[in-house]
Write a protein that binds this ligand. Structure first.
Ligand code: ADP
Ligand code: MG
Length: 407
């Protein structure tokens, strides 16, 4: 479901978009370079050819030469020409910034791929009459439903994280997601009986991913949901397409999911802001410095409703059937693949401290920042040192950096 779609730096800039993601560098560089390159270069590129100089050919040539020198330094390098495109997909604004001249040709297939992933894997009955996963969830108990290789792969990863977390991450969470229907605009807290019934239908151990690429659920009312992992998969796929197209520097921003390709065009790491949970967007607790990696945040503030003064959000604890509540405000995961970071940020958020932190610390290639409601910040070891591939810097003085969590 694409609500709007624009291509080109001018549109994005002059519409005065708010930057919905945490990509501090996308924001700064794009604004800076958009002015430098798109505006000024274009002005310099075209104006000298169309104006007749009032001061004669000599000075005019000097101006032209100066302009050409400027062009060489500022515009000849493709890395200095950020192009931005965005679309509403996977329930969020997907914004992609690439540093290349061929943005139009490259970005179109990326958005098409993300839309394709959404159309296969969404479980929203409001947005879709049919998807592969709705077919799985509606199939009579015990029947095998064939799905595409894509969908099978995402289910396999979701099942792996369900096993790894002992069901804190739950690929069969659908009965609960459907019952709460958070984000629908007409939510209310379900009855205890309905919640208990839905909880009894949630069990990843009963999901069969068959060798022939089909999926079986053994009980009526069971269902799968990949809302906590599909954005990561889509970001990985988008990045793959861009890399194959020769892109060396880019930011893919899928709401709280950021993936960067390469370093900044000047060779330094990108700076990805870890958003302050209780504040407006664009206020940051800290910054992750990283190249070629992904930074994904899960928290209760993306989708929620308030009833009788209590906030009910969209990350559910499969054990209780209620929104997860364990003193955590948010979890940010840094990794190489966005599908892993997406799954683990939800997993860490539900598992809480210290279990979720310990799990991520034990896994290779992933790091995390856990933030509690009382403003304590726990950072895994790989994000601390100057030698690490990524580094976290706390910038908000209202938050306190802690040692490893106890327990
Ligand atoms: P966001 O979608 O805001 O990035 P998450 O990645 O944490 O946040 O995914 C939340 C979504 O995942 C929910 O909207 C729901 O579809 C699904 N979900 C909710 N609770 C769980 C859970 N315990 N395990 C797996 N998926 C979940
Ligand atoms: Mg997630």
């Amino acid at each position: 479901m694409r609500l709007y779609h624009t291509l080109g730096i001018e549109k994005s800039l002059f519409r005065g978009n708010t930057w919905l993601g945490n990509d501090l560098d996308g924001k700064n560089n794009t604004l800076l370079h958009t002015f430098c390159c798109a505006g000024f270069c274009r002005w310099l590129q075209w104006r000298p050819m169309t104006i007749t100089s009032p001061v004669g050919p000599g000075p005019f040539r000097a101006v032209l030469a100066a302009a050409l020198v400027f062009l060489l330094f500022s515009c000849s390098s493709e890395t200095l020409r950020p192009r931005v495109d965005e679309a509403y997909l996977l329930g969020t604004v997907v914004r992609i910034t690439v540093y290349t001249d061929e943005a139009e040709a490259l970005l179109e297939p990326v958005f098409a791929r993300v839309a394709d992933i959404e159309a296969r894997m969404s479980t929203s009955e409001r947005d879709y009459d049919r998807t592969e996963l709705l077919d799985v969830n509606r199939a009579p108990a015990g029947t095998a439903t064939p799905v595409s290789a894509d969908t099978f792969e995402v289910l396999k990863e979701a099942l792996r994280y369900s096993e790894l977390s002992d069901g804190a991450f739950e690929v069969t969470i659908w009965p609960l997601v459907r019952l709460w229907d958070i984000g629908s605009g007409h939510e209310s807290v379900p009855s205890e009986g309905d919640i208990a019934r839905a909880v009894s239908l949630v069990d990843y151990r009963k999901l069969s991913l068959n060798d022939d690429g089909s999926v079986t659920l053994p009980e009526e009312g069971m269902g799968v949901d990949v809302g906590a992992i599909a954005k990561g998969y889509a970001a990985d796929e988008g990045a793959r397409i861009l890399r194959e197209g020769g892109v060396k520097h880019a930011i893919l921003d899928f709401g709280g999911n950021i993936l960067v390709i390469g370093s900044k065009p000047d060779g330094t790491p990108w700076r990805v802001g870890v958003q302050r949970p209780d504040a407006r967007r664009n206020e940051y607790i800290g910054i992750v410095y990283t190249s070629g990696r992904t930074v994904v945040t899960s928290g209760p503030y993306e989708r929620f409703f308030v009833e009788d003064g209590v906030r009910y959000h969209h990350i559910l604890d499969p054990a209780t059937g209620y929104p997860s509540r364990n003193g955590l405000e948010q979890v940010t995961v840094v990794g190489d693949r966005s599908i892993d970071a997406d799954a683990l940020s939800t997993t860490g958020y539900v598992m809480g401290l210290p279990a979720g932190f310990t799990l991520i610390e034990e896994l290779d290639g992933v790091e995390a920042v856990f933030v509690t409601e009382d403003h304590r910040v726990y950072v895994t070891s790989g994000l601390k040192g100057p030698d690490g591939r990524s580094r976290f810097e706390l910038v908000d003085e209202e938050f306190r950096l802690m040692g490893p969590p106890e327990g």
